[in-house]
Design a protein around this ligand. Structure first.
Ligand code: ATR
Length: 280
């Protein structure tokens, strides 16, 4: 029941209609009986929107495409890992002793990826082939480095792959070198395999037996062709929906200061993904 004391949360992006965050966070508020609401906040006027959010006393904000990088200069404090990644997906608000509002930017995408992978393998010392060099790959790459994994990058455009690899201090492998590369984990951080191109794969199927664990960031379909082929070859698979879920549960933890109702959030997410008919 929304009333005069309802706390406000929301997601800044453009567009945000497709976002699954409102479903997860609102289900969690309901389950815990917390008087709060999580709203879609589509905007192309980022600075004005942030000023409005501060003036209205929002309790927590998610940030999505295309604002994850552009919002950084507008914040008071940036978490060190978010600074390295160069993107923020979560805003925290705190009143300082002098009454001023401090806005801190955090990135929970890497936390979500690490938590999803940690259910399948110990990341410290594990070798990981990371496919991609865009925003998602950056967050996952710096997260893997935080966890002490040994990373190899591969990207369609070699120059972009090498740029990220240089920042991570790891090798960037060419398409020819991929054939001989064995690693504990494969992570697809490209958009290959996403609906409506669900029959495509970011790596040849016969190379999947070179890995023990395969994670996909694509969650539509829920079981991508990559994960299907990997499971058929005996790999443990980690669906993209788990990364999406755990980046949201990490936000909840930061905003509310308590353990989130993970099962409620997972059920809400999976029911929407299933409704959307995210079969292959
Ligand atoms: P995001 O922020 O979601 O990571 P992005 O920055 O657009 O999105 O990055 C998309 C990633 O998917 C890139 O690594 C891209 O490769 P390029 O750098 O070569 O563009 C990769 N990607 C997208 N479509 C691809 C395709 N058909 N084959 C291989 N890689 C692809």
């Amino acid at each position: 029941m929304i009333n005069g004391s309802t706390r406000l949360f929301g997601i800044l992006g453009n567009p945000v209609a497709h976002s699954l965050s409102p479903v997860m966070h609102n289900a969690a508020f309901r389950a815990r009986g917390i008087n709060a609401v999580y709203l879609p906040l589509p905007t192309s006027e980022l600075a004005m929107a942030l000023a409005g959010i501060k003036a209205l006393g929002f309790a927590g904000i998610s940030v999505t495409v295309p604002h994850k990088v552009a919002i950084m200069p507008l914040l008071d404090v940036i978490d060190p890992v978010a600074e390295k990644i160069g993107a923020v997906n979560t805003l925290l608000f705190k009143h300082k002793a002098d009454g001023r509002l401090q806005c801190t930017g955090v990135n929970t995408d890497w936390i979500g990826a690490n938590q999803a992978l940690a259910e399948a393998i110990r990341l410290g010392g594990a070798s990981v082939l990371l496919l991609g060099a865009g925003g998602a790959a950056r967050a996952i790459g710096f997260g893997l480095r935080e966890a002490g994994a040994q990373i190899f990058i591969h990207n369609r455009s070699q120059a972009k792959g090498e740029h990220l690899a240089a920042q991570l201090g790891c090798p960037c492998v060419t398409v020819n070198e991929l054939r001989d590369l064995r690693a504990d984990v494969l992570v697809n951080a490209t958009s290959v395999g996403m609906q409506p191109n669900a029959s495509t794969m970011p790596l040849e199927a016969d190379l999947l037996s070179n890995f023990q664990v395969v994670m996909d960031i694509v969650y539509a379909p829920l079981e991508t062709r990559l994960l299907h082929e990997a499971a058929a070859r005996g790999c443990k698979t980690v669906p993209g929906s788990n990364m999406l879920l755990y980046q949201a549960t990490a936000q909840w933890q930061l905003w509310l200061g308590e353990e989130p109702p993970v099962d409620v959030m997972r059920a809400a997410l999976e029911s929407v993904l299933a409704e959307k008919g995210t079969q292959r």
